[in-house]
Design a protein around this ligand. Structure first.
Ligand code: GDP
Ligand code: GDP
Length: 382
């Protein structure tokens, strides 16, 4: 199973600087246009032959002042519930603030590994200043300078040591793993309930070791696959389910552990920024995609023209990645829900298809030759 690390801390302590350093991403390639990739907030880090994902919680902070602190506090709680390790970043220039103490209190209670990181230690003199963070009761602060990279190697070593490899669950590799993802209220729980209902014979929960299993085996009506993170989707948490950050953390976990993602879109709302963010998570992880336009029962005008318009609008938003099926369904009336499964299965088969070298050569060589020929002609004519 994939591992997920969350960076938490007040604004301006250097979360995004550290995130960029660990994921080697550059601000220059980050686009701030609404609804485009949030490279700042989710990325992969490789260290000593291991890979894990990192989320910068700062990216999801609600801007409005009055609910600001409350929102960050909720994010810290979500991080402790959904991540495998938390990096708690504090700022040596400003020292301990009330807010740091608040967060430390939440983090002291969690069973999750937490690493206290004192940032902005740009020179050795500042090591002594960082000693004050012992008071937070989270052990020895690891001193780093996110800006220069100082100390980050030791931090990563410690991180890998503390983050036990998530145990591989005892699942059969050749059976496809489907994740149902989408923003809150798209109808994920409804669809999953429509698939599995309460019939215990259809589903088998696999006993996980450290935490609840995220795989549920579905075996009926000629289908055999795992649904990823069903429990998480069905078990709703009132405090946090409205936070976009929460839905993103859950999506990351589901997507990373799946083969095919079933992205649910609410027909009555169309594609919005949140849908695009989830789509980009799918794309970044190279997973296959089936788009499901749900609540189709609420759409009055179901003519071919309306369907085409819908399809085009979706593909335009997701361009240049347009090669995925779109199914119109209703989790409520169960219209076409098995079509969703059939399509996901087909997409999985395409994904795992092997093309022999001979066949590949047969198709590709003429194309390559033609292109080379074309290029050499173009250059001689210049
Ligand atoms: P965030 O709000 O927690 O994501 O913080 P940022 O990463 O945006 O950093 C806030 C400010 O602190 C920026 O001006 C950074 O350049 C600065 N900063 C970040 N890391 C360091 C560091 O290690 N040393 C120093 N001196 N400044 C830093
Ligand atoms: P989730 O947050 O993505 O798990 O969404 P839910 O499954 O909880 O659904 C959110 C709301 O949409 C609930 O009130 C559902 O009853 C409703 N809903 C879900 N699917 C459909 C559908 O196909 N048609 C209609 N009319 N309502 C739906």
């Amino acid at each position: 199973m994939a591992n997920l690390v969350a960076i938490v801390g007040r604004p301006n302590v250097g979360k995004s600087t550290l995130f960029n350093r660990l994921t080697q991403s550059r601000r220059a390639i980050v686009s701030d246009t609404a609804g485009t990739t949030r490279d700042r907030q989710y990325g992969k880090c490789q260290w000593n032959g291991r890979e894990f994902s990192i989320v910068d919680t700062g990216g999801w902070v609600v801007k409005s002042d009055d609910i600001f602190e409350d929102a960050i506090r909720k994010q810290v709680i979500v991080a402790t519930e959904e991540a495998d390790l938390v990096l708690f970043l504090v700022d040596t220039e400003t020292g301990i603030t009330d807010w740091d103490e608040d967060v430390a209190m939440i983090l002291r209670r969690t069973k999750l590994p937490v690493i206290l990181v004192a940032n902005k230690v740009d020179n050795s003199g500042q090591y002594y200043e960082a000693a004050e963070f012992y008071k937070l009761g989270l052990g020895e602060p690891v001193c780093i300078s996110a800006a220069t990279g100082g100390g980050t190697g030791d931090l990563l070593d410690l991180l890998l040591e503390k983050m036990k490899d998530a145990p591989d669950e005892n699942i059969e590799e050749e059976i496809p793993r489907f994740a149902v993802v989408g923003r809150p209220n798209a109808g994920k729980s409804s669809l999953i309930n429509a698939f599995i209902g309460e019939d215990r014979n259809i589903v088998t929960e696999i006993a996980g070791t450290t935490r609840d299993s995220i795989y549920t085996r579905y075996n009926k009506f000629g289908f055999d696959f795992y649904l990823v993170d069903t429990a998480g989707i069905r078990r709703k948490n009132k405090v946090t389910e409205d936070l976009e950050f929460y839905s993103v953390m859950r999506s990351i976990r589901s997507i990373e552990n799946s083969d095919v993602c079933i992205l649910m879109i609410d027909a009555t709302r169309g594609i919005e920024a949140q849908d695009m963010n989830i789509f980009q998570l799918i794309q970044k992880n190279n997973k296959s995609l089936v788009v499901v336009v749900n609540k189709w029962d609420l759409v009055q005008d179901k003519t071919q023209i309306v369907i085409k318009t819908f399809e085009n609008a979706i593909r335009n938003r997701m361009a240049p990645f347009v090669d995925f099926p779109i199914i119109f369904c209703s989790a409520l009336t169960k219209q076409r829900i098995f079509k969703v499964l059939e399509t996901a299965k087909q997409v999985y088969l395409n994904r795992t298809m092997h093309i022999g070298t001979t066949k590949l050569n047969e198709v590709m060589l003429p194309v390559i030759e033609q292109r080379l020929h074309h290029r050499s002609r173009a250059s001689t004519s210049r």
